[in-house]
Design a binder for this molecule. Structure first.
Ligand SMILES: [Zn+2]
Length: 84
């Protein structure tokens, strides 16, 4: 499988918080902690398969439609999906 790029916040990049918010916009994935960030934070890019290895519950929302977001309260929790 080809490497699919994912934009992540610094917390996900450094693995200090779990992924609780996933956005798919313009066919681009963002995996975020759902928390606050510095305004000038620079998004980082990682490979989707590395994120799935870290947290296989992300596979539940791999069919997310474009221009949608999925949010959950905790790892293993129910995803709430909404349109962007
Ligand atoms: Zn974050």
């Amino acid at each position: 499988m080809a490497e699919i790029p994912v934009y992540v916040c610094s917390h996900i990049f450094e693995n200090t918080r779990p992924i609780l918010l996933v956005c798919k916009e313009n066919e681009e994935w963002q995996f975020l902690c759902g928390g606050e960030h510095e305004r000038e934070e620079i998004p980082r890019v990682v490979g989707l398969n590395h994120m799935l290895e870290r947290d296989n519950t992300l596979s539940e929302i791999m069919g997310l439609e474009n221009d949608s977001e999925a949010e959950r309260q905790e790892v293993g929790g129910t995803w709430l999906i909404s349109k962007l």
